[in-house]
Design a protein around this ligand. Structure first.
Ligand code: AP5
Length: 215
């Protein structure tokens, strides 16, 4: 599990772990954006919440994850990116995993100072075709305007990546998600990496934690 505020680099690192370890990235943010894009009734219901920067109710999120982890591609393991985000979600996850006879291997806190988060989020964009993530300053494609991974020339920015919504997302993190740090610390699962470091260095720190080394 990657735990950290908006813009900490959870999605960036989850994509790398997915490729390096053959695990599946489960991003509740991506799932919600796909649901909104589908135009379904549920999508209509959550659109306003996501665009305001508030958290979507636990019952919706928990049933989304419960359904997803039953899919065959999750059998080898998965990376939780952006879930859980409340103590209620964390307790529901514990129950789900216990029922499957499994549990969490690593909970990795990505620690970043608040002032860099807005800069990271406001410069972020992604390939519109394959979802690979980029940044105007920190993570440009090798060839300008062409996705490194799939060659597409179409990119998109998120509707909730504006200054006002980002502030609300940071508040939601402090109030509702930060209590998960003591929750997992007490269980002896929490490890922390310095997510202020350059992207490759953060990847090395995470790999070190996964390998059971010092960090
Ligand atoms: P979600 O999509 O999960 O967004 P988030 O948690 O706000 O996180 P971000 O995607 O903004 O940041 P990230 O940590 O993944 O950073 P990234 O790698 O992109 O959630 C969106 C919304 O959905 C929520 O507000 C809520 O409404 C709803 N939602 C989702 N899950 C929910 C849940 N469980 N319960 C209730 N509601 C839920 O990096 C950011 C940028 O910085 C990128 O451009 C990247 O290139 C760059 N970057 C990354 N690392 C570095 C580095 N080390 N140095 C420099 N630049 C870096």
């Amino acid at each position: 599990m990657l735990l950290g505020p908006p813009g900490a680099g959870k999605g960036t690192q989850a994509q790398r772990l997915e490729r390096a370890h053959g695990l599946v990235q489960l991003s509740t943010g991506d799932m919600l954006r796909a649901t909104i894009a589908s135009g379904s009734e549920l999508g209509e219901k959550v659109k306003g919440i996501v665009e305001s920067g508030a958290l979507v109710p636990d019952d919706i999120i928990v049933s989304m994850i419960a359904e997803r982890i039953e899919q065959p591609d999750c059998a080898r393991g998965f990376i939780l990116d952006g879930f859980p985000r409340t103590v209620g979600q964390a307790e529901a996850l514990d129950a789900m995993l216990a029922e499957k006879g499994t549990g969490l291997d690593h909970v990795i806190e990505m620690s970043v100072e608040a002032d860099v988060l807005v800069r990271r989020i406001s410069g972020r964009y992604a390939c519109a075709k394959c979802g690979a993530g980029y940044h105007d300053e920190f993570q440009k494609p090798a060839k300008e305007g062409v996705c490194d991974r799939c060659g597409s020339t179409e990119f998109s920015r998120r509707a909730d990546d504006n200054a006002e919504t980002v502030r609300k997302r940071l508040d939601a993190y402090e109030e509702q998600t930060a209590p998960l740090l003591p929750y997992y610390r007490e269980k002896g699962l929490l490890r922390s990496v310095d997510a202020m470091a350059p992207i490759d260095q953060v990847t090395r720190e995470i790999e070190n934690v996964i390998a059971g080394g010092e960090h």
